[in-house]
Design a protein around this ligand. Sequence first.
Ligand code: F6P
Length: 361
Amino acid sequence: MGKRIGIVTGGGDCPGLNAVIRAVAKSAWRRGWETIGIVGGYEGLLAPQCTRPLAYQELDGLLVRGGTILGTANRGRFSAKVGHGEMRQLPRELLEETRRGFDSLGLDALVTVGGDGSLTIAQQFHEFGLPVVGVPKTIDNDVGGTVVTFGFDSAVHCATEALDRLHSTAESHQRIMVLEVMGRYAGWIAIYAGIAGGADVILIPEIPYRLDSVIGKIRDREQQGKHYTMIVVAEGARPENGDFVTAAGAQANRETRLGGIGASLAAQLEQATGKEARSVVLGHLQRGGSPTNMDRTLCTMFGAKAVELIAEQAFGQMVAFTGTHIVGVPLRDAIGTLRTVPRDGAYVWTARSLGICLGDH
Ligand code: F6P
């Protein structure tokens, strides 16, 4: 019998959200099912409901389009995470209101596309008896249970291109250039882009850094006749015995906004070395625009698998990539694990082998 499924996008936007929407709606359509887009994040499920039909004819151009045509939110009543490890249980009345919305839309299942926070909410829906499946999204690449999340490759592409461009100024002006990239708890973007873009220093949240280690690297380079230094720093990197640099004060029901480590590091390095230093915050450029071909493919595989999980009634699952296969894993396992850059893994090892300074030696 034909089903009616809903799809909702939550958390920060990122390249590939529309590609997932397209893949879900197309795979559902092939089964003779109907897909309804929930507009404005989870709030769209509540009265007055906000929906958008996703008929086959509506899907043109979605594969390459940035952002999400359904809109999204990472604050408000549906905030389950305000920091890593800090889980907020949604109030029962809100879950009941959600169920009423769900029923009045006549949904047989809901596909939730989001990061750690949105998937944590999906797990709470599941425990409440709502039929949900999750799709892991985040440029930070830190969701457990999958070797990669979509949006990550597009962000790395953007950060690498920025490094390539900054190299010209660094070299021409013999400066220290600091590029601050996103990555709250995990330094995946920084380490991938840093290796791909030829950085001399990469600072990530997983490895607290010492300023004298970075200064030492700059001095070593000077001795080798290299009068410029390229540094990539994740927004969540912090000095040994220090804390994150935040851009704004704490706000209710949302994670603290990070930002500013690049500028503070550049100022410290300029003072310590006497060399001119500049910083650039890449910010939301990393989350905008068209997804890369890798992300388009991953999103399409994820969307198709989400529909298959619904057909199999495998609710409470998240689609995941193993490196060779797209599978379903329990949402509970995925949200319980933050996937960070392993200190003994291939990326750190490669960086060290090339003499890239990670701030700890
Ligand atoms: O979680 C993804 C992320 O890109 C983080 O790296 C960053 O801290 C956060 O989103 C920024 O979110 P906002 O756009 O709400 O400031």
